[in-house]
Structure formats: C-alpha cells, structure tokens
Design a protein around this ligand. Sequence first.
Ligand code: UDP
Length: 240
Amino acid sequence: MSTTILGARIHGVTMDEALNRIAAFIEAGSPHQVITLNAEILYRATKEPELMALINRADLVTPDGAGIVWAAGKLGRPVPERVTGIDLLQAVAQKAPEAGWKIFLYGGEPGIAEQAAVNLQKKHPGLMIAGTAHGFIPPEEQEELREQIRIAQPHILLVALGAPRQEFWIRDNLSSLGVPVAIGVGGSFDVIAGKARRAPLWVQKAQLEWLYRLIKEPWRYKRMLALPRFMALVLRESRR
Ligand code: UDP
C-alpha cells in the first residue's frame, strides 16, 4: 500500500512488512533501493526534482520519523508506524542469521563500520558480515570499493553516508554491484558503534527524537528549519 505526500510515494509498511519486502527483493536478485524517508529530506525533494525522481523510483520508501507519520495522518492516508533507518538495520541484523543474509557496511568515519559490525555480531550471533568500508573514499578509489563489494557478494548493502548523499550513491552505483538490496541508514553506524547515542526510549515514544537531536547537535538547527516548512506545506495540501 502506498500513499503520496507532497509528491513523494511512500509505502505504509510495518517493520515486519518491510522485512518481507526485503526478503522478496533478495529472492528476485535484481537490484533494489530502499529509502527510509524523513520529513527533512522530503521537504528538500519538493525543491529538488532530481531527488524527488530518485525517491519515486525507489523500490521501497518507508516512513522515517514523526513528521512523515503526522503528515500521512493529516492527509487522511495514515501509515501504521515509523520504520527508521536504524530500526530497519537492527531488524535486518536480527533476521539475517536465520535467513542466511550476508550484510556489508559502508559509511562513517574510518573504524566506525568495523566497530558497528563487531557490536552487531555480539548482539546477533551468527550474523554474517561480508565486509566493511569507511565513508570517505575519494572518487579515484571508488572503483576499488565497488570491486570490494562485488567480490564480497552481500545480500544487503547498508550505506551510511547521510541523507541524501547515500541515496544518490546507491542510485549511481547499485546496478554495477550485483547486490539485490541497498538501504541508506544515515548516522546509524555511529550509534551502533557507540560513538553517538540515540534518544532514550521514552523520548522516542513521545515522538520527540527530533528535539533530542536538536539539543545534542544544535548545528543541525538549519536543517531542522525544514520541519515547520514541511508542516506548512502539508497543512496547505490537506486543505485542498
Ligand atoms: N558520512 C560519510 N561520508 C561522508 C559524509 C558523512 O560516511 O562523506 C557519514 C558520517 O560519518 C555520519 C553519517 O554519514 O556517520 C551522517 O550522519 P547524519 O546523522 O548526519 O545522517 P542522517 O541520519 O541525518 O542522514
């Protein structure tokens, strides 16, 4: 089931349904791009047609964040729950050992993807890590990275370069990698590696994770100005 918010097609899936779709993508074998879309990036896409086109060509776009869930409800097309990048990553890592999925971690500062891999394997025994790479590989070494991924043959490539850089990277590279599923996961490796901390559960449940991030990372305020603008656009669309 999909719904359109400000011109972007979003799939109103639960976490379980997202995992089922990913399983089907792996079964099919051809390349599939998964985006966990938040309000900030959607707002940006309303101004950048190339980003909007990319979102609408993706195979699965999940509602990432309170802003999108609110917008869907406001427009009378509610989505069941948030499916954020980090939660999807954890759910994939949980299911991967029994499903036989190998994952590859690309992104973050040097050492972060390796540490995230170690921590994930501790939490999910039997998890197969096909490889890791840091997220600051210059253009002249990108072919080497693609070769590393091709040889590693993961089922799922997790790309943590921040949004929307990771979405463009996946769009431009996925077809040459022989990997069935690539998911952009933002700053997730930093959290899993223990470098950054996520908001306490009660803050997440109160839908205030954005406020927590604003307090912890005040330099984000400029990006976060997108939120009230996004809300204004949604309210305008809901009145139409
Ligand atoms: N990053 C990277 N390569 C780059 C720029 C950023 O690997 O060229 C990483 C950075 O180390 C951080 C993540 O991308 O781990 C961005 O995190 P952020 O929380 O800003 O992303 P968001 O969750 O907002 O998409």
